[in-house]
Design a protein around this ligand. Structure first.
Ligand code: SF4
Length: 379
């Protein structure tokens, strides 16, 4: 490895797109969830504290070079200008990562991969402290974690992590209904989700819980919606982030669909599931739909005050004629529409009608499998 390379993991949440990425573990220690293909076939490994510190020093060295270029080029403290130039032709992934972070202000970092909480608390504390000492402009540090691992930490350990600089944990709740969690092999129960989530909230670390729409399929959707709302009501996280189930080759769920063990809910059934979910939510979280897979990405707001507005978006969709609902679904899955108001654009509407003619046998009904595959192109 050269002095200017960093080891990077494959993903980060969309909300961390502009954060400095520091990989603290490799892959997922659980790696069994049926709906997830990200780390399948990859072995979980802890990185040593020394390896992680070396990457932090490398990030600092790249940052210092960019700052020096800015000074020498007469841009003074305006590092964004140099960062933008580097982004257009970065030397490697490490330069891209650091330049993107600096371009966006250089104040947040995300610790990769799937469950940083699995590190020994003292090691993670050491990494956090070193990160903040080495790059003092960073004021916000976030990471992925699992509820079960959080539940096993003591409250004092989580407080130590917050005091060392851990600002937010992103947790994949997915469902609060035990039969769905079991079927999906999530490796956690609703009770463990509650225990882990409540402990994180009590520690003062901000908590972002990810919820899946659709993991109950056609059989368990209602219980999934109501129980997930109940569990989130008990945890009362800061954020609820909604994603729609996608199924791709490489996921165990892909084979379950092929062999008929899992019957997918349609887009419209999932919207009804989302309606029941939101109707039953009693908490103070910000609900965010920051994912391209969500049919109605405009469903966002702060609970409880915005609940009626969010339900009104769903009611508006559900009150459209079947033809208009289909036009919206296809347009959304093609990336033509972002929100329901886009239906009013005649050129966009016509473009989608042309696509519907191509996709459908009879010029009217588009098969759900085509709609799923259009959605899954984005993932
Ligand atoms: S815990 Fe997260 S990363 Fe690991 S298999 Fe499950 S969904 Fe994927």
């Amino acid at each position: 490895m050269t002095a200017d390379s960093l080891e990077l993991g494959p993903i980060r949440p969309p909300s961390e797109a502009n954060s400095l990425l520091i990989r603290v573990t490799r892959n997922c220690p659980w790696n069994r969830c049926k709906f997830c293909h990200i780390y399948k076939g990859q072995k979980f490994e802890l990185r040593t504290v020394e390896e992680i510190k070396q990457d932090i020093l490398t990030a600092k060295a790249i940052q210092d070079k960019i700052k020096e270029i800015a000074l020498k080029s007469g841009y003074g403290n305006r590092v964004e200008t140099v960062a933008a130039a580097i982004l257009s032709s970065p030397l490697n992934e490490a330069y891209f990562n650091v330049a993107l972070w600096l371009y966006h202000g250089g104040t947040s970092a995300f610790l990769q991969d799937a469950n940083s909480l699995i590190m020994k608390t003292s090691d993670l504390v050491e990494v956090l402290k070193f990160l903040k000492q080495t790059l003092p402009a960073i004021t916000r540090v976030t990471s992925y974690g699992r509820s079960k691992t959080a539940a096993k930490k003591t409250l004092e350990e989580l407080i130590q992590l917050r005091e060392a600089g851990l600002s937010r944990l992103h947790i994949g709740l997915e469902s609060g209904y035990d039969p769905v969690l079991k079927y999906m092999d999530k490796g956690v129960t609703a009770a463990e989700h509650i225990a882990g989530g409540k402990k994180i909230v009590a520690s003062g670390i901000s908590l972002s819980e990810y919820v899946l729409l659709g993991p109950g399929g056609k059989g368990m959707w209602r219980e999934h919606a109501t129980e997930t709302a109940r569990v989130l009501g008990e945890i009362d996280p800061d954020f609820i982030r909604v994603r729609t189930l996608t199924i791709k080759p490489g996921m165990p769920l892909y084979d379950e669909v092929k062999n008929g063990n899992f019957i997918r809910a349609t887009d419209e059934e999932i919207i009804e599931e989302e309606r029941v979910f939101i109707e039953n939510l009693n908490c103070h979280a910000n609900l965010v739909s920051d994912h391209i897979t969500n049919l109605l990405q405009e469903i966002e707001g702060k609970l409880p005050g915005d609940k009626e507005n969010m339900l009104a978006v769903i009611a508006r969709f559900q009150s459209l004629s079947p033809e208009e609902r289909q036009n919206f679904k296809v347009g959304r899955r093609l990336g033509v529409y972002e929100r329901l108001d886009d239906l009013a654009s005649a050129p966009k509407h016509d473009m989608v009608e042309q696509a519907i003619k191509r996709f459908s046998q009879d010029g009217r009904e588009v098969d759900e499998d085509i709609i799923y595959s259009l959605m899954e192109r984005f993932i």
